[in-house]
Write a protein that binds this ligand. Structure first.
Ligand code: SF4
Ligand code: SF4
Length: 347
């Protein structure tokens, strides 16, 4: 059973206070769990899609950055490219978005090259993948501070440390491999032809005809972006193929996600920090402002990615919302990524 340290916050907690809280949480776990720190520890972050306003702003990380600096530990922000089109699809433009979003405190490194071509094959020999394509630059470090925004996610149910490890560390080819087989479907009689899905699709895979939106499956990469923006719930990932998958193959996408997370953390001594704030229905890849579905809850730290996500999931439920995606936990525990039993230490 892993320890998960938790400090409550609310929507009035200032950024200065959050900086102090995260620094103190970090000191606490290092001391209590006798964690040895490496000389260089990158921060794995999510820069937020252009137009998104609820991603975790980098000034919240300044307490962590101060702590690392005062201990002479080198650091940087690390991220990978996204598989769909748009500015986060290429190194240069992705870095530009990061800077626009205020990530200027540390150097920025994109781990999978200029356009996703750099990756290492990590051998895992699991049910869906024998090897996983992880951004090659991650290989150069033994320890990361994995910073995750805990919130909902269209395909995974919720996104936290497990998702940050998997999609966040996967090179483009790895992301595609996880998404393979998931293609959304338009429910024609629900579609009002508003065009929001078309606008959100970076692959130009959607056209609108006189009846409804139409998805071109030759172009669609299964990112789920259109599902998230549709105001009429007229796009679904629950297709006949999906139902067959669920009934006969289990939750394939979530299992694939968990296998990638397993690959990303193999032989690393990571520290996970989850931010239960700006808790939105969808993820930070949605390029538009979203509203929080419940008030801010707190900040958590652990050395176990499964325990910290389970603690967040339970806290969200206690605060009146229940995310889908519980299958991530079952499979994560099964393959040895971590434990769903945790000891919550309130500070
Ligand atoms: S966003 Fe939804 S309602 Fe609007 S065009 Fe697309 S499928 Fe139709
Ligand atoms: S899932 Fe939707 S937004 Fe993503 S590529 Fe396919 S059609 Fe476009």
């Amino acid at each position: 059973m892993a320890n998960v340290y938790f400090k409550k916050i609310n929507s009035n907690t200032s950024t200065k206070e959050i900086q102090e809280i995260t620094k103190n949480l970090l000191k606490k776990i290092i001391k209590d769990e006798k964690i040895t720190l490496e000389k260089s520890i990158p921060l794995k972050v999510h820069f937020g899609e252009k137009g998104n306003t609820t991603f975790i702003k980098p000034n919240n990380y300044e307490g962590i950055i101060d702590f690392l600096k005062s201990n002479n530990i080198e650091s940087k922000f690390m991220e990978t490219l996204v598989v769909y089109g748009g500015e986060r699809n290429r190194k240069e433009s992705h870095i530009a978005v990061a800077k626009e979003h205020g990530f200027i405190q540390l150097p920025i490194e994109i781990a999978d090259g200029d356009h996703g071509e750099k990756y290492s094959e990590i051998k895992i020999d699991k049910k869906h993948f024998r090897t996983c394509k992880i951004g090659s630059e991650f290989n150069n470090y033994n320890q990361f501070i994995v910073l995750s925004h805990f919130k909902g996610h269209t395909l995974a149910g919720f996104g936290g440390a497990i998702k940050q490890l998997s999609m966040g560390f996967a090179a483009k080819g790895g992301k595609l491999a996880m998404h393979m087989g998931i293609k959304p479907k338009v429910i024609k009689n629900k579609c009002i032809k508003c065009g929001l899905c078309k606008k959100s699709c970076n692959e130009n895979a959607i056209t609108i005809n006189n009846k409804s939106a139409i998805i071109n499956y030759e172009k669609c990469v299964g990112c789920g972006g259109c599902v998230a923006v549709c105001p009429k719930k007229a796009i679904t990932v629950i297709t006949l193929k999906g139902i067959i998958n669920m009934l006969f193959k289990g939750n394939e996408f979530k299992e694939k996600l968990v296998e990638y997370a397993y690959a990303a953390q193999l032989n690393k001594k990571n520290i996970y920090i989850n931010f239960l704030m700006n808790i939105t229905k969808s993820c930070d890849c949605v390029g538009k402002p979203m509203k929080s579905i419940i008030p801010d809850i707190g900040i958590l730290i652990s050395s176990d990615p499964v325990s910290i996500d389970k603690a967040c999931y339970d806290l969200v439920e206690k605060n009146g919302k229940k995310f889908k995606g519980f299958e991530q936990f079952n499979y994560a525990e099964k393959i040895g990524l971590g434990s769903t039993n945790y000891n919550l230490i309130r500070l």
